[in-house]
Design a protein around this ligand. Structure first.
Ligand code: ADP
Length: 276
């Protein structure tokens, strides 16, 4: 890779190894129009990747952008539940249509296609990856400024295929303080770098808890290492999101859009920057 690499092989003639590995992205549904695709990744499940995808889409919607969320976490889909969406997605001659949230965010998830949303998806990796591809090739993402892809967790076969199939413009890595000290985040970061996808930065979730009596920030998991780990990888820390019981309550009630806290503005700025 040249030192001036912009990760845009279309405007570069260098014959570097990363160019030869440049993935062939799937073409979107012909009726789709998506300006930027943002992958939200984590090293493992349960760190708040879906929460971050949902809150970021809300933050960008509040800034006036049209947003969609492609729930690529096929075996652990939680996006519809966060938004209180329980309908069945419909298809017509143009393709399959996402369901809109109350704020007007387009959502597509396996849970909007299965008969019973509590049924587990017991599919093998290639079938799961195929379903995610179809969420891109068959779903009509109409006039979407930012499509957030809630990626399958980890660095296995499915996330790899998703990375290769979708034209991801930028990645946000979500991690909890505990996970940050392990090698899991490094693996996720290295995977994105190997795929030549720019990483917008890290969101540290569950960073601290605000004492309801005195407002003091309590670091439940000890001192945060996010700044040093981000520096080690040359990444920015975009936001530090607290553990907030109200977030958990609203998530459980399917009313995540009602959350008033502005906890992801730094990440939203980075996403908005993709259009400039
Ligand atoms: P992932 O997508 O990484 O598997 P989720 O976003 O589904 O993780 O979050 C796991 C659980 O933790 C969910 O029940 C979610 O509501 C809760 N949660 C995530 N982030 C927070 C937070 N900052 N404060 C309170 N609860 C949170």
């Amino acid at each position: 890779m040249s030192q001036e690499c912009t990760h845009d092989c279309s405007s570069c003639g260098a014959d570097c190894p990363s160019r030869q590995q440049a993935p062939q992205h799937e073409a979107p549904n012909p009726n789709s129009s998506v300006k930027k695709v943002i992958g939200v990744v984590s090293g493992k499940g349960g760190v708040g990747k879906s929460m971050t995808s949902a809150l970021l889409a809300c933050a960008m919607r509040r800034r006036g952008y049209r947003c969609g969320i492609l729930d690529a976490d096929i075996t652990g889909p939680s996006i519809p539940k966060l938004f209180g969406i329980h309908g069945r997605a419909m298809a017509d001659s143009q393709g399959c249509w996402p369901i809109q949230s109350r704020m007007g965010i387009d959502v597509m998830s396996i849970n909007l296609l299965v008969e019973n949303e509590e049924d587990p998806v017991v599919w093998r990796g290639p079938v799961i990856a195929g379903a995610v591809k179809q969420f891109w090739t068959d779903v009509v993402w109409k006039d979407v400024d930012f499509l957030f892809v809630d990626m399958p967790p980890g660095t296995g076969d499915v996330p790899l295929t998703v990375f290769q199939s979708l034209p991801v413009d930028g990645i946000i890595v979500v991690a909890s303080p505990q996970e940050l000290v392990s090698m899991i985040v490094a693996k996720a970061v290295n995977m994105a770098q190997m795929m030549n996808i720019p990483i917008l930065g890290i969101v540290e979730n569950m960073s601290y808890l605000v004492c309801p009596d005195c407002g003091k920030h309590i670091s439940l998991f000890g001192d945060s290492h996010v700044d040093e780990i981000a520096a080690k990888h040359g990444l920015k820390v975009l936001s530090k999101m607290p553990i907030d019981p109200q977030l958990a309550q609203l998530a459980d009630a399917g009313r995540i859009e009602a959350y008033g806290g502005q906890v992801l503005e730094g990440a939203a700025d980075a996403v908005e920057g993709l259009l400039k």
